[in-house]
Design a protein around this ligand. Structure first.
Ligand code: SF4
Length: 263
């Protein structure tokens, strides 16, 4: 990837209070063109300089998250870093969370729905994920995320264009219409090999399940190992025609829950 020093080019001045009209397509295109030659570190630094302290970095503890956490720990370790705790993450994922905190000197904010698994079962029936994963994801991920981001101006994610069909047009900077803030995707242009090269080069920890056939890891009821040669995300919601939990879908493809959601 060709890199350049962004500070040697044009400087963007972003209004302190952002509204959707500040992020018209032409503005977004200009900013994306400006950032396109930058490394993920430079793009992340631009995000911190533009939006901090109203910036939050999200992670699901995948390899992309490990890269972003490593970068932010050098750029601005005081940044709000959060994860969505569905109560259904693998023990190996919680162990990685603790290892990353100790190794990188960062602190995670736990974002939770406030809905226990017992309360969810009482209201929607047992094992909702096995019957209506869109509703389960909405309750445990999409809605808690929306509430958490309500006080922020921008958030950072680790999504990459080559992960899924829906992510193919991911911009480095986007207007996140459902959540009403800017979304920064510093790794959008990276491929899987670049992520792992960074992890190896810096000897960073990663989820032990990656060595056991799990290239993509979410909640344990909705994740299985994949066979060699299988699509890396084939193990996510394998029994359903579903590839996204709903927090990264383009605005024209938002998953609508199939029944009334919890108040
Ligand atoms: S990934 Fe599965 S268990 Fe986790 S919130 Fe979505 S449907 Fe529920």
């Amino acid at each position: 990837m060709t890199t350049m020093t962004l500070s040697q080019t044009q400087t963007w001045v972003v209004a302190p209070t952002l509204t959707p009209t500040d992020w018209l397509p032409a503005t977004l295109k200009s900013i994306n063109d400006y950032l396109a030659g930058g490394s993920p570190e430079e793009i992340l630094r631009w995000g911190v300089e533009t939006f901090a302290p109203d910036l939050a970095l999200a992670t699901g503890f995948g390899p992309e998250g490990v890269v972003l956490l490593h970068l932010i720990s050098h750029i601005a370790p005081e940044t709000t870093i959060f994860y969505l705790d569905t109560d259904l993450l693998f023990p190996e994922t919680y162990a990685l969370r603790d290892e990353l905190e100790a190794r990188l000197g960062i602190k995670f904010t736990r974002v939770h729905s406030g809905l226990s698994l017992e309360a969810q079962a009482a209201e929607h029936g047992p094992e909702l994920w096995a019957r209506d994963p869109n509703l389960c994801c909405y309750l445990r991920k999409v809605e808690p995320l929306r509430k958490f981001l309500a006080t922020k101006r921008a958030w950072v994610t680790g999504i990459r264009r080559d992960q899924t069909r829906q992510r193919a047009n991911t911009g480095l900077v986007e207007w996140d219409l459902p959540n009403g803030l800017v979304k920064l995707n510093p790794l959008a242009a990276w491929i899987n090999d670049q992520v792992w090269e960074h992890i190896r080069a810096h000897d960073l920890p990663f989820n032990k399940l990656h060595r056991q056939g799990y290239p993509s890891i979410g909640c344990w009821p909705c994740t299985r190992a994949v066979a060699p040669g299988e699509d890396p995300r084939a193990g996510r919601w394998a029994a359903f025609d579903k590839t996204e939990c709903g927090i990264h879908l383009p605005t024209d493809a938002i998953v609508v829950p199939t029944e009334k959601v919890h108040g």
